[in-house]
Design a protein around this ligand. Structure first.
Ligand code: SF4
Ligand code: SF4
Length: 477
């Protein structure tokens, strides 16, 4: 067998995309989502939430120095990181559910890459004009106008990218204070570093890489291709109605002679508005982010030539096959996989809500002293020492310490008061306190082997308790 030799480059150079402005239902939805999501991203750090005098009043804050995460009324400690696991599972399932219902709807409408690229395209269009002007300007080369427009565009892009990085760091410190510190060049170096990194990445990905991120870099198109099925709604060209494509005039002539003519007039408007440069008439493809803009473009064309809209529309593979065999379309949003994804989201959400609603605002940890394991007292009694860590997620309060499982034992903590004969340890609001505690038993309590004990902390006002098990080592061990 002879070998087939492929000649020519293995790499295809990028063809620059010049998306044209488009108006319509999906474009309006995209503008609305863009406005809302960007407003949330840029303004959320300035939203306040009253948590009392000694805690941050920033509604959403990742507080690394104090190892806390605040989200409105929720305050998470490092040991509660499992909530993020639940959140990630719920987010992944939501993405799967969206995919099962409407394909890459996340990519087309909500992905940060799509949103910032859309914003950068809007700036480009504002400064350099629409598709035709931009193509002509690039063809003319570096004229004075082209230089001025290019400088203006890149300056605005950099300003947006800089503010994007600036907004990011505001989630990690008190926003108004950090803004003042940044302006006075008194903020920590790491804040400037992160602003620089995010400015560079936003400018590069949204201004230059654009659709290449979706086509070459992002793993989601590959994953979603493996997850989708024939019932998912995707932006689809209705081949049965559009083909054979031809000009309006020719189609009219053919129809007058009773010959078949498709509705597609091959105007290329669907390609011209596409932010990834895809021709959807070639079928569903990896480059299509399912943004629906080609639907708007084609609907406009169809309205202008007096044909029904919907030549390009959200539709399922199954309907393509059904139409080809003359059957009416069917839609099935509720099917096993959508039920499964929704059930997992509901289950994970319920577990997280339950865990949040019933989480304790206090806890106690104990570490038995290892050297020495016990101390033999002069009167024949035995003492064991422990390091006790009290964690208080509520307001300042006192915890009475007690031990059970060791009748007649006495609990001693130096330099603290006592309530009902039990040492009472004050712990400040939203703080942890570590103390050294001793448990003493008298010589009359002849223990032969280590005893299992339970060390209990009780809120002296509310009676709320937290306990932890440990053991007491007698002198004979
Ligand atoms: S916009 Fe519609 S009519 Fe024009 S080429 Fe695309 S599918 Fe055909
Ligand atoms: S083909 Fe249509 S839906 Fe797909 S990316 Fe292009 S404009 Fe968006």
């Amino acid at each position: 067998m002879g070998e087939t030799i492929i000649e020519g480059p293995l790499y295809e150079a990028r063809k620059k995309v010049y998306p044209q402005a488009v108006h319509g239902r999906f474009r309006r939805i995209k503008w609305a989502i863009l406005g809302v999501t960007l407003a949330i991203y840029y303004l959320l750090p300035f939203v306040r939430w009253d948590r009392g005098p000694s805690l941050s009043n920033q509604a959403v804050l990742v507080d690394f120095p104090h190892r806390r995460f605040y989200f409105f009324f929720i305050e998470l400690w490092p040991q509660e990181v499992y909530y993020f696991t639940g959140l990630l599972i719920a987010a992944a399932m939501t993405l799967f559910l969206m995919n099962a219902v409407a394909g890459r709807v996340w990519c087309g409408y909500m992905c940060p890459q799509t949103i910032w690229t859309d914003l950068f395209y809007a700036v480009e269009r504002f400064v350099e004009g629409d598709r035709r002007e931009r193509i002509m300007s690039d063809k003319r080369g570096w004229t004075l106008t082209h230089i001025r427009q290019t400088v203006t565009k890149h300056f605005i892009w950099l300003m947006i990218a800089w503010w994007t990085g600036g907004a990011w760091v505001l989630y990690f410190a008190d926003a108004p204070t950090l803004v003042k510190d940044l302006a006075a060049f008194q903020a920590p170096f790491v804040a400037y570093l992160w602003i620089a990194i995010l400015t560079a990445t936003t400018y590069t990905f949204a201004g230059h890489a654009r659709e290449q991120v979706c086509v070459y870099m992002c793993p989601w198109p590959r994953i979603q291709a493996a997850l989708t099925d024939e019932w998912a709604l995707n932006v689809t060209y209705r081949r049965d109605r559009g083909e054979p494509r031809m000009s309006v005039k020719k189609a009219d002539q053919l129809r007058q002679h009773g010959e078949p003519a498709g509705d597609c007039i091959d105007c290329h408007q669907c390609i011209n508005v596409c932010p990834t440069g895809v021709d959807i008439r070639d079928g569903i493809q990896l480059g299509c982010i399912q943004c629906g803009l080609c639907i708007d473009a084609c609907d406009t064309v169809m309205s202008q030539i007096g044909h029904p809209t919907g030549l390009i529309a959200y539709d399922t593979d199954i309907n393509g096959l059904r139409r080809a065999s003359g059957k009416p379309p069917v839609y099935r949003l509720i099917r096993p996989r959508t039920i499964l994804y929704a059930a997992i989201i509901a289950l994970v959400g319920s577990i997280m809500l339950y865990a949040l609603a019933t989480r304790s605002s206090m806890s106690v940890n104990v570490l038995h002293e290892r050297n020495p394991l016990f101390v033999l007292l002069a009167d024949g009694g035995v003492r064991n020492d422990y390091t006790v860590r009290l964690l208080n997620k509520g307001p300042q309060r006192a915890f009475a310490l007690d031990v059970s499982g060791l009748p007649g034992a006495a609990v001693h903590v130096s330099s603290v008061g006592s309530i009902d004969g039990k040492p009472a340890v004050e712990v400040g609001q939203d703080q942890t306190r570590e103390i050294r505690m001793s448990i003493l038993v008298s010589s009359t309590l002849a223990l032969q082997r280590p005893a299992n004990i339970e060390i209990k902390a009780t809120d002296t006002v509310t009676g709320q308790t937290a306990s932890v098990g440990d053991h007491f080592i007698p002198a004979s061990q």
